[in-house]
Design a protein around this ligand. Structure first.
Ligand SMILES: [Zn+2]
Length: 393
């Protein structure tokens, strides 16, 4: 059940579905269509490379002396949001995310379900860039990196299930040279269409998908197998942007640290404790979330991951404000975000204790409908201020 839930989760989060999607009948077609539409029509204007400065200025001259976060512990203070939640012109309940970002120092937006070719999106990016907001695109990408349509001609690119059959339901075989070559070429193509303005790329593997059990892959964990693909993806991205970085998402079956594969340079840890409980601080190690995941288990996994990935670039993807999660992915029946300033600040302390300096958080479904039903979501301000004002002990 939890796995079905997870699979549905990010599909809905990322692609703005309007209801729960079961794993057996995942609404992949519409999700894929949405992405392909976006990728087939790359934006005519590449995003600004240096959103924090005026477009006429030479970023290479300004950057070193203009780091506004020099004295701040949390360098990345981000949100992952749906376009219709952050952009609702004419709606009296619209939430002005740009004003919040400007006044309270949020500096990173990942927005899903926007029409990237629309004037509204381009104008929004420009306006946000002028106030120092950087854009990144956090998405599950495996079905675009290794298109399932290749299965008929190259079943060996795809994962072998436990019964010994090659299947195209998720992910692929990272021991297949052909699969890696395909992933490399597509990463380069997709990366060019979707350049982040902070050099951070997110090409997540399939959500909740199983891994390969072929002779070569057998014994390699989901985290190891993810890293094999990611090591190839970063090679491609480096050709587009020498400063490119790529997330290794530690989430669900990749939460535990890889043991047999080493990350290439500039792969950073993205730690997403999806199964924790938000009714207790992470520091309450006995607290248990979904499916037996205790906070102790998460903190151990974080520690282990930080032995493999550099701490300086490690990022947390949290859910404190994720109303899609708290509403059970039912936008027609929004529940109030159970925000606890005490728990949030305690969690920041915990993450900082491990050296984490990059935090981003879903705020899915926190839009006009939320504002209308529950009043202004003050937690957006509390979140931003909490990150900006944090002082490490
Ligand atoms: Zn394999």
């Amino acid at each position: 059940m939890s796995k079905r839930f997870i699979s549905a989760t990010l599909l809905v989060l990322l692609f703005g579905g309007t209801g729960a999607v079961s794993c057996e009948k995942r609404n992949e077609t519409s999700a894929l269509d949405a992405w392909e539409k976006m990728f087939d029509e790359p934006s005519a204007e590449p995003a600004s490379e240096d959103p924090s400065s005026d477009s006429s200025a030479d970023p290479s001259e300004d950057e070193p002396s203009k780091d506004p976060d020099e004295d701040r512990w949390f360098k990345t203070r981000g949100i992952v949001a749906g376009w219709s939640d952050i952009y609702a012109p004419g709606n009296e309940y619209a939430i002005d995310y740009l004003k919040i970002a400007k006044d309270h120092h949020l500096n990173t937006f990942s927005v899903y379900n926007a029409d990237r070719n629309s004037k509204a999106w381009k104008d929004y990016m420009t306006e946000a860039s002028l106030i120092g907001v950087r854009f990144e695109f956090q998405e599950h990408m495996m079905s675009f990196l290794l298109p399932r349509s290749l299965y008929d001609t190259h079943p060996e690119y795809f994962r072998m299930d436990k019964s010994g059959k090659r299947v195209k339901d998720a992910n692929g075989c990272p021991s297949s040279e052909g699969a890696l070559k395909e992933v490399y070429n597509n990463a380069k193509r997709l990366g060019a269409s979707y350049m982040p303005t902070n050099h951070r790329f997110y090409f997540w593997l399939d959500d909740g998908g199983d891994v390969c059990y072929c002779d070569k892959c057998n014994g390699l964990s989901a985290s190891d197998q993810a890293l094999m693909f990611e090591n190839k993806i970063i090679e491609a991205l480096k050709e587009l942007d020498p400063d490119a970085m790529l997330a290794h998402l530690a989430y669900n079956n990749t939460t535990n640290a890889p043991k047999n594969v080493k990350p290439a340079k500039d792969i950073f840890l993205e730690f997403a404790p999806f199964h924790r409980t938000w009714a207790n601080a992470l520091s309450e190690t006995w607290a248990e979330g979904n499916s037996g995941w205790t906070h102790a288990k998460y903190l151990r996994a974080l520690q282990e991951n930080l032995k493999v990935f550099p701490v300086e670039t490690a990022q947390v993807l949290e859910y404190w404000m994720d109303d899609s999660l708290f509403s059970g992915w039912k936008p027609s029946n929004l529940k109030e975000v159970p925000w606890s300033q005490k728990i949030f600040l305690d969690d920041l302390k915990t993450y900082a204790k491990y050296g984490i300096q990059h935090i981003t958080c879903y705020c899915a479904y926190v839009g006009p409908d939320y504002n209308k039903k529950f009043g202004f979501p003050q937690f957006l301000i509390d979140y931003a201020d909490g990150l900006y004002d944090f002082v490490k002990e």
